[in-house]
Design a binder for this molecule. Structure first.
Ligand SMILES: O=C1O[C@H](COP(=O)(O)O)[C@@H](O)[C@H](O)[C@H]1O
Length: 254
């Protein structure tokens, strides 16, 4: 079932296996568009359930049709832990995806895990600024923020995206590209995260949400009244296109 909201927002509801197939097809199409148009594609990953939802990328025809050597991989958010730690979003993506496809290691931009949360956020932002200067990451002529080609977002049951949590002042950050949090309500407490101006400057964004625990936040984001306070997930509004990939449980309250 596909439903169109604003002109650039599509909501689609899937059976579980169908969701993973459709997500792989979507990622492969966007990847092929950018690699053929400009010889590279910038892809931002989240942690959590997203990585297992990308599992079909490892199967034909997607694994063979994607030009992995032209991928540049970033993280929308990262936990400030060593890369070998079970809580690391890098480790999750490396074990579940990146170790199984030929993305050059120099194109995988993990945080510097030897720094503090402040230091890691500053360092990541500095590296992004350099990559914009070099032309690896595009720049939005509208906002002046980096314009990533594809953002792959998950959502927590409380409606958080990346490490932007409901009611936290970081949701209002409008200058920094990357910032940090030391009191995340979901463990571990110390994280770095892209800010909304960066998320919302992207060319394509997918919100991949599965499970009944998420259904209330999905309802609030897609059917909530204009006057009620917006959950972070409802603030995702890319310059380009937004596509929601929902399973039946996540969509059960719509
Ligand atoms: O802590 C995090 O949670 C969100 C949502 O995770 P999910 O397992 O409920 O899908 C994730 O998108 C984010 O990257 C991660 O750091």
């Amino acid at each position: 079932m596909a439903e169109t909201q604003k002109s650039n927002v599509v909501v689609e509801v899937f059976e579980e296996e169908e969701l993973a197939v459709s997500l792989a097809k979507y990622v492969a199409e966007i990847s092929n568009k950018f690699t053929s148009e400009r010889g590279a594609v910038t892809v931002c990953l989240s942690g959590g359930s997203l990585i297992s939802n990308l599992r079909k990328l490892l199967e034909p025809p997607y694994v063979d049709s994607i030009e992995w050597s032209k991928w540049h991989v970033f993280w929308l958010d990262e936990r400030v832990v060593p890369k070998t730690h079970e809580d690391s979003n890098y480790k999750l993506a490396y074990d579940g995806l990146l170790s199984k496809v030929p993305v050059p290691s120099c194109n995988v931009y993990a945080i510097n895990d030897t720094l503090s949360a402040e230091g890691a956020a500053d360092d990541y932002e500095t590296r992004l600024r350099q990559l914009v200067k070099n032309g690896v990451i595009a720049s939005s002529p509208v906002t002046g923020f980096p314009k990533f080609d594809l953002m792959l977002l998950g959502m927590g049951p409380d409606g958080h995206v990346a490490s932007l949590f409901p009611g936290h002042p970081l949701v209002k950050e409008n200058k920094r590209w990357v910032t940090f949090i030391k009191d995340s309500p979901k463990p571990p407490p110390e994280r770095i995260t892209f800010t909304f101006p960066v998320i919302n400057s992207s060319a394509y964004a997918a919100l991949v949400v599965t499970g009944a625990a998420e259904s209330v936040a999905v309802h609030s984001a897609l059917r909530g009244s204009q006057n009620s306070p917006k959950l972070p997930v409802a603030m995702v509004s890319p310059e380009g296109e937004l596509k929601w990939f929902l399973d039946k449980d996540a969509a059960s309250k719509l």
